[in-house]
Design a protein around this ligand. Structure first.
Ligand SMILES: [Zn+2]
Length: 453
């Protein structure tokens, strides 16, 4: 049996000719670093910037209880071993994986984005154009994963890529915050929102908010604030829900402040930012935000929690969302649903209006940056310059324990829950177990095709 099968292809024989069964294989040393799979479209690759030094997430700052940022997030980087970690955590991750994979199957069928319809179900393409081979890799004491498959890399709309990107990005932000806090500085957490009504287009609201945010953080008035309050860097990320008052996109930001601001100074900073925020929102034809609801400023003490909050690590699907931790009652009431909850709603009920909302979300966010550092922040904080696609393609090594034949691959992707189930079986029973599972699926799949023919 050769180690390398022909790459799975859509043109598999329906003539019943014998095809080799996928077998468990071990062709790499544990911990070796395989080539990262390439993305669906090479243009994306050319946009990428090269990585610098790797950010290392340090221990969480625990300088005291924070009134609102006490949330917990995935406690372990995806690329580290959890041999010492509790089994319960691995089980919890499996439950999340199962939910995410199931939701991605909804995207396969219904996403308005082509890449979203392909994510995880087609082979990754090498730079030269040759396809990679899907395979399951195992990391000792950790979850198995599919390698060699294309990943869409959408932090906005992909149920599988988004949590991975958010998690990786939060580690980066946390590392930056640690460096900053360790130098005796502080971080201020800022939320900017604007009034919105049911029926308003998500895209138009995001346009106003994005431009108004830029207006707040540019120009001479901002330079004055920067000097006056010691704002050196900032990191911002989008957040959005949909509820009784329609779409509610907003921006959270972390302001990296030199030294500390007392309450009075924080109040002055809030006043100054709010004047520009409200002015910019109204200049774009929207109702004026109120001071009470339009801006929220608070010193953040826990880098770990703030980074997790900013990137909505796990909040994208828990529903309870980390916003529930906020001290602000107005954000607690009628919080609405996050985009993946809307997609989940469509999956659960088949409600077409949920699918329309999710399509609106996909359209509104297309081509936009989900999160961004201010100019020079990455260099100053010594962070990688990794794009979302880089984060999602970050391979974590391990050994290949199973490689499906082309027919098995088709059977696995055509079976609801097939790819996720294969991972679970691989984790519990190893390469042989997943090979026989896939062989069974292939038989059924072939039988169905024969009947359909
Ligand atoms: Zn994806």
């Amino acid at each position: 049996m050769p180690l390398h099968h022909a790459a799975p292809s859509a043109a598999t024989g329906s003539d019943g000719s014998h095809r080799p069964r996928g077998v468990p294989v071990i062709d790499r040393l544990p911990g070796s670093r395989p080539e990262a799979p390439n993305d669906l479209e090479t243009e994306q690759r050319s946009r990428r910037r090269r990585a610098g030094a790797s950010p290392k997430a340090g221990p969480s700052a625990t300088t005291g209880p924070h009134p609102f940022l006490g949330n917990k997030r995935e406690s372990r980087p995806a690329n580290s071993s959890n041999r010492s970690g509790p089994n319960a955590e691995l089980e919890a991750r499996r439950v999340r994986r199962q939910r995410r994979y199931a939701l991605r199957e909804v995207s396969w069928e219904h996403s308005s984005i082509r890449r979203g319809r392909m994510c995880g179900r087609v082979r990754a393409r090498r730079a030269g154009g040759a396809d990679q081979v899907p395979e399951i890799r195992a990391i000792e004491g950790d979850a198995c994963y599919w390698s060699g498959v294309a990943r869409c890399g959408s932090v906005w709309a992909c149920p599988v890529c988004s949590p991975k990107i958010r998690h990786e990005r939060s580690l980066e932000v946390e590392a930056g915050m640690h460096a900053w806090l360790a130098a005796g500085n502080s971080i201020v957490f800022l939320t900017l929102t604007m009034p919105h009504d049911f029926g308003e287009s998500c895209e138009a609201l995001m346009d106003t908010i994005g431009k108004s945010f830029s207006a707040v953080f540019s120009g001479r008035p901002y330079k004055r604030d920067r000097d006056r309050f010691g704002i050196v860097h900032h990191f911002r990320a989008w957040d959005a829900t949909h509820g009784d008052n329609g779409w509610h996109p907003h921006i959270h930001a972390a302001l990296f402040i030199q030294g500390h601001l007392d309450q009075a100074r924080l109040g002055e900073l809030e006043d100054s930012l709010f004047v520009r925020w409200a002015g910019s929102v109204t200049a774009r034809g929207h109702r004026r935000p109120t001071k009470e609801h339009g801006i929220h400023l608070e010193e953040a003490r826990q880098a770990h929690a703030v980074a997790g909050y900013l990137l909505k690590v796990r909040g994208e699907e828990t529903g309870a969302s980390l916003a529930m931790e906020l001290t602000r009652g107005d954000l607690k009431r009628g919080r609405g649903r996050a985009p993946f909850e809307i997609l989940q709603g469509f999956k659960d009920t088949g409600d077409e209006s949920d699918l329309e909302l999710f399509h609106e979300w996909e359209k509104a966010t297309k081509g936009k940056h989900f999160s961004r550092w201010s100019d020079g922040a990455r260099e100053a904080l010594r962070l990688d310059e990794l794009e979302d696609q880089d984060l999602v393609e970050k391979e974590v090594g391990g050994i290949t324990i199973y490689r499906p034949t082309p027919e098995e691959w088709h059977a696995l992707t055509a079976t609801p829950g097939g790819l996720c189930r294969a991972l679970l079986i691989a984790e519990r029973g190893g390469g042989q177990a997943v090979a026989s599972y896939a062989a069974g699926l292939r038989k059924r799949w072939r039988g169905q095709r024969a009947r359909a023919a």
